[in-house]
Design a protein around this ligand. Sequence first.
Ligand SMILES: Cc1ncc(COP(=O)(O)O)c(C=O)c1O
Length: 386
Amino acid sequence: MSSLSRIYFDHAATSWPKSDAVLDAMIDFSKRCGVAAGRGGYQAAVEADQVVTRVRKKIATLIDAQSASCISFHANGTAALNVAIYGMLSADDHVVVSAAEHNSVLRPLHDLERRGVIRLTVVPVCSDGSVDANVFINAVKDDTRLAVLTHASNVTGAIQPVSTVGAAIRATSTYMLCDAAQTFGAVPVSVDALNVDLLAAPGHKSSGGPLGTAFLYVSPKLHHEFRPLMFGGTGSQSESLEMPREMPSKLEPGNLNVPALAGWEIALNELVDLEIREKQHREISQRLIQGLRAISGLTVHASDGPLPIASATLRGLSPSDFAAILDAEFGVEVRAGLHCAAFIHQYLGTQREGTVRFSGSASTTECELQAVLDAVSQIVQEISDS
Ligand SMILES: Cc1ncc(COP(=O)(O)O)c(C=O)c1O
């Protein structure tokens, strides 16, 4: 790494730095207790179990879940989404999905479509990456089993009309899955308000938890029919070769990452009121997007919402070179390319090389923001002079 001080602007990938208290909790748990949860009856095992139970309850409360049993833990957002998709879909199902989705949704759906298991309808997005609720709702048919809509685009930050779509299909036989990867911990996320049956989110982004954390919410009405994706030991009913029928055990084979959950618990406790956090994010978002739009020659792909996520492109400089210069000459760390979102770039006109994505957080300072904008201005100026 260079001697330049780092300006981390890739919070949409994972938040950094994690707070000292989060890191301390992980080390403390590992050193002092460090055992598996749900496997033993000795005191340390009970303590590990209690960590898992507390985080489960905390998340259930945060998202207005009916009970803690609706929450299962997974290694990352991708794993949680795969569990949701494969757990729900069977032969001949129809699925509606938006073009703004991340590949953690699109690739499992593509796998099922390619093997002839499901039929897939992809709903287009507008030029800022947002979905028109009516277009999405009209794509849902009588035989649609699952509608999948991300809560926010990881490329433009556009908040999607999940609640409107969810309300419109509530009375039908279609279930709704929401990917809240970019919003959980950044703005209030309520399964009730969003009208969704399934919701997945990693813990390592805006909620400030460590890598290796994620949850899936499954509505009680699906607990019975929901199928496990992975099979193995759960520490219960070991005489049976069937997975337990109970949630969340049936979705959690193998040992959980308890040190990471111990860190995530502290991060969740540190989250200030989410309405206040949304306000903080919105202020940084406005500054970032207005600042980028003010740089003449730069094309900004963003939506004026509460998330400090914006993409940009510059004629004459590829996104990967743009990001490399930001890093090497200014210490600004951003991501370049397609951002694991296969379809959205067709609608942004950026399908060839993608974009440079700037993503801040509630902890982004005015000084950092200005340094990013100054660095971008200088690069744009140099390119236009050359
Ligand atoms: C919108 C969206 N969904 C899903 C994911 C996958 O999350 P994870 O990286 O934890 O697997 C990401 C990660 O960037 C994302 O931005």
